[in-house]
Design a binder for this molecule. Structure first.
Ligand SMILES: Cc1cc2nc3c(=O)[nH]c(=O)nc-3n(C[C@H](O)[C@H](O)[C@H](O)COP(=O)(O)O)c2cc1C
Length: 192
């Protein structure tokens, strides 16, 4: 593991003005002394199709897979769509759960933290429980306990994208402290 653990961050929203990407960036900024968090864009992944799992593999699949494989951990920041996780995120997880020519499933064994932001009151709670079930099925060590739920998202951030709401910032800081300890406890299998 490098001096700071590296974290591949997946954003479930493809939208330019996404609150979830704002949360991802603000979390990465707060984490910087302890964790190197980098978004791995999932926009260009093709729809999952077993017929594509043959030479030549789609380069986008290999690129996303290797970025996740190289990381020590994964952070998923996602909106809730119709009480579940967005299609592009499920698609990315399906690809990452598959062995590639470069090795086993890129996401295998990675510690995962879950965050979500919504303009509504529930703060992605239903999507997060669905996501936990999916990740549990992959036998991934998901950071236990409540992670980060941001409700009323537009009121929590400043114009520069930083977290201006103190309770939200404290929730993210607490999660980061726990995630650093969790990665040290259960991680360590990532490639160099
Ligand atoms: C198809 C669709 C379904 C949605 N369903 C929910 C929902 O079930 N729960 C919720 O809190 N917000 C729901 N929303 C509102 C999203 O939380 C909101 O659009 C949010 O800003 C999306 O995240 P983003 O800002 O990161 O793109 C839905 C939005 C869309 C487009």
């Amino acid at each position: 593991m490098a001096d700071r653990p590296t974290v591949a961050a997946l954003c479930g929203s493809l939208r330019r003005e996404s609150w979830n990407r704002t949360l991802l960036s603000a979390t990465a900024a707060l984490a910087a002394p302890r964790l190197a968090i980098t978004e791995v864009p999932i926009r260009d992944l093709p729809h999952f199709d077993e017929d594509l799992e043959r030479d030549p593999w789609p380069p986008e699949v290999l690129a996303v897979g290797e970025a996740v494989r190289r990381a020590d951990a994964v952070m998923i920041v996602t909106p809730e769509y119709n009480a579940g996780i967005p299609g592009p995120l499920k698609n990315a997880i399906d690809w990452l759960s598959r062995a590639t020519p470069a090795g086993g499933a890129p996401i295998a064994g990675k510690p995962v933290a879950i965050l979500g932001a919504s303009p509504g009151m529930l703060g992605t709670a239903r999507a997060q429980s669905q996501l936990r079930l999916i990740l549990q099925n992959l036998q991934l060590p998901v950071l236990p306990g409540p992670n980060v739920f941001v409700s009323n998202a537009p009121s929590r951030f400043g114009a520069d994208g930083s977290i201006t709401d103190e309770a939200t910032r404290a929730m993210v800081e607490t999660m980061l402290d726990r995630f650093v300890a969790w990665i040290a406890q259960v991680g360590g299998e990532a490639a160099a």
